[in-house]
Design a protein around this ligand. Structure first.
Ligand SMILES: Nc1ncnc2c1ncn2[C@@H]1O[C@H](COP(=O)(O)OP(=O)(O)OP(=O)(O)O)[C@@H](O)[C@H]1O
Ligand SMILES: [Mg+2]
Length: 266
């Protein structure tokens, strides 16, 4: 354990930063010993060089700023919740998914590991299909390492946050691009995001980036169309409301649905 703590501390000692103090808090108070061993494994795999400050602390996961082996910034998303509530909340996304069928009920840790793998694979599949998502770097048990969207440890704003700062022209360009990205997820990656909203889109370098793809399902999922409708409703509400961007809801939704029905690659 001491060795692990040492690598997390390494290199940064000369630089006195608030973020570093956060890191000690993380190491000492947040991670259970199994998560620590998986972090150490990422270090010995030469994936993760260092873990820095905390970016976000959600219900299910925590996201940290880290440094990859090549010294690029990465986001490190760690699933820490192993409660039955979490299992219940993700159940509807995994029913009927063959990747989860052989997990014995009650094996929550295995379920979380599969959930993290699913997020990693969804990221990869979207990325390979040209969807603008963070580049996936690695997955290890309950930990996903991906490209960091932001600068110097400061994450990019969500679309919900960024909208206040955009002028009319920028808002229009970004809104149109959000619709293109959502279409690419369905028609090219052949997935449905299933939690698409202004909170799971970051605005970075003038473009919208889709994040938080753990719950995305393939078209074969029994609720794929229902999830798609909800996603498009969320986008329609925010784009027409807050961003003043009008689009034909019915035409857009039916175009995406036809990709599901045809299994088209777009
Ligand atoms: N690749 C990334 N680069 C920068 N920041 C990120 C990245 N991925 C996630 N974040 C930050 O972490 C937050 C939470 O990430 P995400 O939406 O994937 O997790 P979540 O499980 O939905 O958490 P929450 O319950 O807080 O929504 C994002 O809103 C964003 O601020
Ligand atoms: Mg989220």
């Amino acid at each position: 354990m001491r060795r692990r703590a040492r690598w997390l501390r390494r290199e940064r000692e000369e630089e006195e930063r608030v973020k570093d103090r956060d890191m000690f808090k993380i190491v000492d108070e947040v991670f259970d010993s199994i998560t620590l061993s998986h972090l150490y494994r990422l270090y010995s795999r030469k994936v993760l060089r260092e873990l820095k400050g905390s970016i976000s602390s959600g219900k299910e996961s925590k996201v940290y700023w880290g440094v990859a082996w090549d010294r690029s910034d990465v986001a490190v998303k760690i699933y820490l919740s192993f409660t039955s509530d979490f299992r219940k909340s993700i159940r509807k996304y995994i029913v009927g998914d063959p990747r989860f069928e052989d997990i014995p009920a009650g094996n929550i840790r295995r379920l979380i590991y599969e959930w993290a793998r699913k997020e990693y694979r969804n990221l990869r599949r979207m990325r390979e299909s040209g969807v603008r998502v963070p580049r996936p770097v690695a997955v290890e048990a309950n930990i996903i390492v991906m490209e960091f969207l932001g600068e110097k440890g400061y994450r990019a704003p969500t679309l919900a946050e960024a909208v206040e700062e955009l002028d009319r022209g920028e808002a229009e360009a970004i809104a149109a691009e959000v619709l293109r990205q959502a279409e690419a997820i369905v028609c090219r990656a052949r997935l449905v995001h299933a939690d698409l909203s202004e909170y799971n889109i970051l605005v970075w370098r003038g473009e919208p980036w889709i994040i938080d793809v753990s719950q995305a399902v393939p078209h074969s999922h029994p609720n794929a169309e229902e999830f798609l409708e909800r996603d498009v409703e969320n986008l329609h509400r925010f784009l027409t409301g807050k961003m003043g961007f009008e689009f034909d809801f019915d035409a857009y939704l039916s175009r995406l649905k036809s990709c599901i029905h045809r299994g088209a690659r777009g």
